[in-house]
Write a protein that binds this ligand. Structure first.
Ligand code: ZN
Length: 276
């Protein structure tokens, strides 16, 4: 692990991201159809034949088969390899963002931030897609984030385990309290518990400060999107529920931004306000 040069690590992280993307393709196809993610093993949706494992390789499998299934020569959508490539790119970006200041031939210096960024960047897609479609945030991402954060905090380079634990409790508890108060005042559900768990995960990954910064950016983005959307929804006559925008995607997009640039943005803001 200590001697892997950055250029080689980038290829590994790209491949890892592409595998995650490939898994997302499976979820997107199977979950709405109520098929288990593991069983049955992957088979052709058209002729039901088993797909051998080597054709399931992300991107490579599609290119190898030139976009046609091996069993019945039906076209396979180009969306699949594109999605896998994008996820691969996010994986490589995660590693690079944590090691941008070393030469490509130097050994990887910062694994902790790279893995945290990998989790945050690759987590954006499921949070956005599932929260928009089903109005919920999967526990594997939110509670999973708490676990990943706590585990990563045990390695040097990032926040300490204490800061991580405090981040999870402080950020999750704070947002829960905020939602509780808002619900009392507005007399309707103001904050889903999924959002609370998601922010607790971000707290475990980046500490209380990072999670609060994420919440602020998400709220700002939310306002920018929700005000025009509310007008459109009103015009189209969408009911209260179908016109509602979930908050999870704003958190998910804000988290990697604040993980990377939270401190710089805060400094910039302080400079701007105090003017020195
Ligand atoms: Zn087939």
């Amino acid at each position: 692990m200590e001697n892997i040069p950055l250029w080689y690590g980038l290829i590994l992280f790209f491949a890892l991201g592409a595998c995650v993307g490939s898994f997302y393709n499976v979820i997107v196809y199977r979950m709405p159809r109520g098929i288990s993610l593991i069983n049955p093993p992957s088979h052709c949706p058209l002729c039901k034949k088993r797909i051998p494992i080597y054709y399931n390789l992300p991107i490579v499998g599609w290119l190898w088969l030139r976009g046609k299934s091996a069993c019945c020569k039906q076209p396979i959508s180009v969306i699949y390899p594109i999605g896998e490539s994008l996820c691969g790119l996010l994986g490589a970006i995660a590693l690079f963002s944590a090691n941008y200041n070393i030469p490509f031939t130097a050994p990887i210096a910062n694994w902790t931030d790279a893995l945290a960024m990998f989790w945050l960047l690759l987590g954006m897609y499921p949070v956005c897609a599932i929260d928009v479609k089903y109005k919920l945030i999967p526990d594997s991402i939110s509670v999973g984030g708490i676990v990943v954060g706590l585990v990563l905090s045990m390695f040097p380079g990032g926040i300490t385990p204490f800061e991580s634990l405090l981040g999870a409790i402080g950020a999750g508890g704070g947002l829960w309290l905020l939602g509780f108060v808002a619900t009392k005042i507005l007399k309707k559900d103001a904050m889903g518990f999924g959002d609370v768990k998601l922010l607790a995960g971000y707290g475990a990954l980046m500490g209380v400060n990072g999670a609060v910064e994420t919440l602020i950016l998400a709220a700002l983005l939310g306002i920018v999107v929700m005000i025009p959307w509310a007008k459109i929804a009103e015009k189209k006559g969408l009911s209260d529920n179908s016109g509602q925008i979930p908050f999870g995607p704003f958190l998910a997009v804000s988290a990697p931004v604040m993980y990377l640039w939270g401190q710089s943005l805060l400094n910039l803001y302080v400079q701007f306000v105090i003017g020195e």
